[in-house]
Ligand binder design. Structure first.
Ligand code: UD1
Ligand code: UDP
Length: 362
C-alpha cells in the first residue's frame, strides 16, 4: 500500500511523526512525504524532521509567505503532478492549515482517497481561515479520524453519517507524540539551563493566531497583560516569526525584563518547558492540549476554542485578548489545584488506530 503524507506547517510535522512512527512498523506500507514548504525556517521545519526522525520529504514544494488564495492555489498546482506520478492509495492530511485543504482537494479531484487526521473540530467562527479549511477538508474526506467525542458529535450534527465516508474516533495523535517523546526529551534538550530556569518559576506563552497578530489592538493588549504578569513571574515567549515581525514593526512594548522573547524552540525544548512551567498562556490549538497532557492550567488567548472539553472540565479558560480579563483569569487560576486525571484524548494509540482503520478500509 502506498500512502502520501502532505505536511507543511509546524504542528503537522509533530502530528505526522506519531503516524509515521506507526507506519514504519508496517513493512507493507510505503510512505512518501510531500512538504509544501509553508513553514521554512530551520526552527519551524527541519528541526522537527531531525529530532523526531520523520522520514525525509521526497518532494519539497517551497510554497510560502503568500496570501491565502495564492498559497492554496500554488500548493494545488504543485501537489497534483506528484499525485499523478506516484498514484498513492491514500493521501493523509492533518489539521486545518492551507496545506491541509490544498492536499485534500488535489487528491479528491484525482479520486484518490483522503484521510483527514484531526477531523470534526469546529470553532464555529467562520472568520478563521482554519475553520474554513477544516470544514471543506472534512467534507471531501473519505476517512475522518476524530480526536475527541465532541468532534464525532459535531460531524453527526452536520449529517456526516449520511455521507459516503467513514467517521472514526481514533484519539489524538498529539497525545501519542507527547507521551512518546517526553521520555526522550530530557536527554536531548538543554533549554532549562540555556534560559537559566529552575523548577516552576516561569510561565510559558505562545501567540501566533491571525486573529491576534493581525489586530494590533488585540496584540498590544495581550503583550501589555504579559508585561504585567511578568512583574510577578517570568514569562517565556517563543515567538512565531509572524508575531515577531508584527511586534517589531509596530513597536509594541515588550520591555519588561521578565518577559523573555526567544526564537521558536524545538519540540523537545517545548516538552521540557511544558514539564516545568507553572501555567500556559496560548492561542495555539496544539499547545492548549499539551498544557493538559503535562497537567498544567491553560489560559487561552482566544474567544473560542475547538478543544471545548478542556474548558468544560476547568483545565482551560478562555480569556480573549482584553488585558483586564487576562489578568483576572491569571489571578483566578494561578493558585487553583486542578486534578488532571481524566482521559480526554485516547490512550496514546491514535497512530495505530489510524493505520488500522486505513488497512481495513474498503
Ligand atoms: C499557519 C496556519 C495556522 C497554524 C500555524 C501553525 C494557515 C491558514 N494557518 O499559520 O492554522 O496554526 O500555521 O504554526 O494555514 N513565516 C516565516 N517563517 C516560517 C513560517 C512562517 O517567516 O518558517 C512567516 C511567513 O512568511 C508569513 C507568516 O509567517 O509571513 C505566516 O505564515 P503562514 O504559514 O501564512 O501562516 P501561520 O501564521 O504560520
Ligand atoms: N511548538 C514548538 N516550538 C515552539 C512553539 C510550538 O515545537 O516554539 C510546538 C508545540 O509544542 C505544538 C505545536 O508546535 O506541538 C503547535 O504548533 P502551533 O502553535 O504553531 O500551531 P497550532 O497547533 O495552533 O495549529
Amino acid at each position: 500500500m502506498k500512502i502520501i503524507t502532505i505536511v507543511g506547517a509546524r504542528p503537522q510535522f509533530i502530528k505526522a511523526a506519531a503516524v509515521s512512527r506507526e507506519i514504519s512498523k508496517r513493512p507493507e506500507i510505503n510512505e512518501i512525504i510531500i512538504h509544501t514548504g509553508q513553514h521554512f525556517d530551520k526552527n519551524m521545519s527541519d528541526v522537527f524532521f531531525e529530532e523526531m526522525q520523520i522520514p525525509t520529504p521526497r518532494y519539497r514544494l517551497n510554497i510560502n509567505s503568500l496570501n491565502h488564495g495564492a498559497m492554496t492555489g500554488r500548493m494545488l498546482e504543485g501537489i497534483e503532478p506528484v499525485l499523478l506520478k506516484e498514484k498513492p492509495d491514500y493521501v493523509l492530511v492533518y489539521g486545518d492549515t492551507n496545506t491541509t485543504l490544498a492536499g485534500a482537494l488535489a487528491a479528491k479531484k484525482l479520486h484518490i482517497r483522503v484521510v483527514h487526521i484531526e477531523a470534526g473540530l469546529r470553532s464555529y467562527n467562520m472568520k478563521m481561515p482554519e475553520e474554513i479549511n477544516r470544514i471543506l477538508t472534512d467534507r471531501i474526506s473519505d476517512i475522518l479520524c476524530c480526536p475527541t467525542d465532541k468532534a464525532i458529535e459535531n460531524l453527526k450534527r452536520e449529517g456526516f453519517e449520511h455521507l459516503p465516508c467513514q467517521v472514526v474516533m481514533t484519539g489524538d495523535v498529539m497525545q501519542d507524540a507527547a507521551w512518546y517523546y517526553r521520555e526522550v526529551s530530557a536527554n536531548k534538550s538543554n533549554i532549562m539551563n540555556e534560559l537559566g530556569l529552575a523548577g516552576e518559576d516561569f510561565l510559558l506563552c505562545t501567540i501566533h493566531r491571525a486573529e491576534n497578530t493581525d489586530d494590533v489592538g488585540r496584540l498590544t493588549n495581550i503583550v501589555n497583560a504579559l508585561n504585567e504578569i511578568a512583574l510577578e513571574l517570568e514569562v517565556i515567549l517563543p515567538l512565531h516569526p509572524r508575531t515577531k515581525k508584527i511586534i517589531n514593526s509596530m513597536n509594541i512594548n515588550h520591555r519588561t525584563e521578565n518577559l523573555k522573547l526567544i526564537d521558536p524552540v524545538s519540540y523537545f525544548d517545548m516538552i521540557e518547558l511544558l514539564k516545568y512551567t507553572r501555567m500556559v498562556l496560548t492561542d495555539s490549538g496544539g499547545v492548549q492540549k499539551e498544557a493538559f497532557f503535562f497537567a498544567k492550567p491553560c489560559i487561552t488567548l482566544r474567544d473560542e476554542t475547538e478543544w471545548v472539553e478542556l474548558v468544560d472540565k476547568g483545565f482551560n479558560r478562555l480569556a480573549g485578548a482584553e488585558k483586564e480579563k487576562i489578568l483576572n483569569v491569571y489571578h483566578e487560576m494561578k493558585d487553583e489545584k486542578i486534578d488532571f486525571h481524566v482521559d480526554l484524548y485516547g490512550n496514546g494509540q491514535a497512530g495505530k488506530n489510524i493505520i488500522n482503520t486505513i488497512k481495513n478500509h474498503h
